[in-house]
Write a protein that binds this ligand. Structure first.
Ligand code: NAD
Length: 482
């Protein structure tokens, strides 16, 4: 058993205090080696004028203890309040969002009784960087950023998670058939990391078919690792198909700090009535115990909790005709405590592997040789009936300073040379200039000269993207039809 771990605890708002009390009673009764340090978050703090709902000294407690068990809070409507979850995630670098989705059939109705999967979602990058620009009257752009270290961190975490939780398979979901560079990088790093875990099965699915399988055959999946946006969407689908959204816990994990909480909110409609189901927070607390290497306590609590559910001891929200007894929140906790040491019979018990997760170490990669080979200049152009051939003529007539126009695309589709008149053209044009010599390098000075020519010709360039090769490999996508 590890030494006592200090845990920062927030009782939150609404049903928060009730479910936190129930959860902590169970943790201590089971012998969790933790010491709690309580901080205040949520409504009261918002009312004091702190826009994130958490005071500076509370950040210090979380940073010092590195483990945060959080009850839900109520975010006041309107008026410049920020999401505490987003603030916590970004401030503390919590790169992994972990959401187990398991069915508890027949105690919780679901069409997918065998579901037992975990979604591990990258939390820091992708389209959530929120870098967006309107560039023309018609077109807005959002930047999707995928990094090697960001991808490696989340993918290694997924394999470590599988190892420690005794899971058999990790599935990567991406859309690399379309986003060959960004999602291609995520997939490539997945294949690379998977080789370090030969004992764990691995596979890759395109996110669309992967989502369909979550909706149709979730029992065939085990651990799923994916990018931020895809993970946001599929973790809700997966939670929903289990039918047990209210019972789920989740974790946000960083290199140093980790936060554990229930999936649901503060349920102000039932606050103070002692009828809330504490299971989401109990399940989150079990994840916390595994995280701090107290697997045997986590296992004891989880199995006692499964046995309580299986025995038909249910809170109001899941009470049904087959339940044995309806219990209050604190009574439910007592029933779990009574069953510590027991295992469920119909529901599958859990067994966690002993041993801590390895610290996530990013591989040092050699610097690739980066060479500038061209530039994509984006134009806002709404003249000459948007005829791509006219634009092509104007650009080809410019002094290219050793570079030449190779193609023009509109929303990614090649429209010059040899475009199809049927292709719809917006006012947003990508004009690709490459070296006049095949495969030749270009310089920043050449690019500046071309931009100057474009400006002098009266065209409106709205942005440019340099094109590079890395160790001779193309670092940019080809256009559709190029
Ligand atoms: P909610 O999850 O609080 O409640 C939705 C419904 O589910 C309600 O009918 C509620 O009574 C019920 N419910 C939720 N948890 C339950 C439990 N443990 N036991 C029994 N019934 C339960 O969602 P909401 O009503 O949309 O949001 C309420 C507040 O919670 C809002 O202020 C929202 O911003 C906040 N919220 C906080 C978090 C968080 O802190 N992580 C997450 C989501 C929502």
């Amino acid at each position: 058993m590890s030494a006592k771990q200090k845990v920062t605890v927030a009782y939150g708002d609404g049903i928060g205090p009730e479910i936190m009390q129930a959860t902590l009673d169970i943790l201590f009764a089971a012998g969790a080696q933790i010491e709690t340090e309580v901080i205040e978050i949520g409504e009261k703090v918002f009312r004091k004028g702190v826009s994130t709902g958490i005071a500076d000294e509370s950040w210090e407690s979380i940073k010092k203890n590195k483990v945060f068990l959080k009850a839900p809070i109520t975010t006041p409507q309107g008026g410049g309040f920020k999401s505490l979850n987003v603030a916590t995630r970004t401030t503390l670098g919590l790169f992994a969002n972990v959401r187990p989705c398991r069915s508890f059939f027949p105690y919780v109705p679901t069409n997918h009784p065998l579901t037992d999967m975990v979604i591990i979602r990258e939390n820091e990058e992708d389209l959530y960087a929120g870098i967006e620009h309107q560039q023309t009257n018609e077109v807005v752009q959002a930047l999707k950023l995928i990094s090697k270290p960001g991808s490696e961190k989340i993918i290694r975490y997924a394999f470590e998670y599988a190892r420690v939780y005794g899971r058999k398979k990790v599935t990567c979901m991406s859309k690399d058939n379309i986003m060959k560079q960004a999602d291609g990088l995520f997939h490539k790093i997945f294949d690379e990391v998977a080789r370090d875990y030969p004992e764990i099965e691995n596979n890759h699915m395109i996110i669309d078919i992967g989502s369909a399988i979550i909706a149709d055959r979730p029992h065939s999946l085990d651990v799923v690792v994916t990018e931020n946006l895809y993970g946001d969407i599929i973790s809700d689908i997966a939670a929903q198909v289990t039918g047990s959204v209210g019972l789920g816990g989740s974790a946000n994990i960083g290199e140093d700090v980790a936060m554990f909480e229930a999936i649901h909110g503060s349920a102000p409609d039932i606050a103070g009535l002692d009828i809330a189901n504490p299971s989401g927070l109990i399940n989150a607390a079990c994840m916390m115990l595994v995280h701090i290497n107290q697997q045997s306590v986590a296992e004891k609590i989880k199995n006692a909790w499964l046995k309580t559910i299986e025995d038909g001891i249910h809170t109001t929200d899941i009470y049904n005709k087959d339940s044995l007894r309806k219990v209050w929140t604190q009574e439910f906790a007592k029933e779990v405590i009574l069953r510590l040491g027991q295992e469920p019979v119909r529901l599958r018990p859990v067994h966690y592997h002993e041993g801590a997760m390895n610290k996530i170490m990013i591989k040092k990669r050699p610097m690739a040789k980066k060479e500038l080979v061209g530039v994509d200049v984006f134009l806002d152009w709404d003249a000459d009936g948007r005829d791509p051939n006219k634009l092509g003529e104007i650009l080809r007539a410019l002094n290219g300073h050793g570079m030449m126009l190779s193609i023009i695309t509109n929303r990614g589709v090649k429209v010059f040379p040899d475009g199809h008149p049927e292709t719809f053209c917006s006012d947003h044009w990508r004009c690709r200039f490459m070296s006049e010599t095949d495969g030749g390098k270009v310089t920043h000075d050449q690019i500046l000269a071309i931009l100057n020519e474009i400006k002098e010709s009266g065209l409106d360039f709205i942005k440019m993207e340099n094109m590079y090769t890395f160790d001779g490999e193309r670092g940019y996508s080809l256009a559709q039809g190029e």
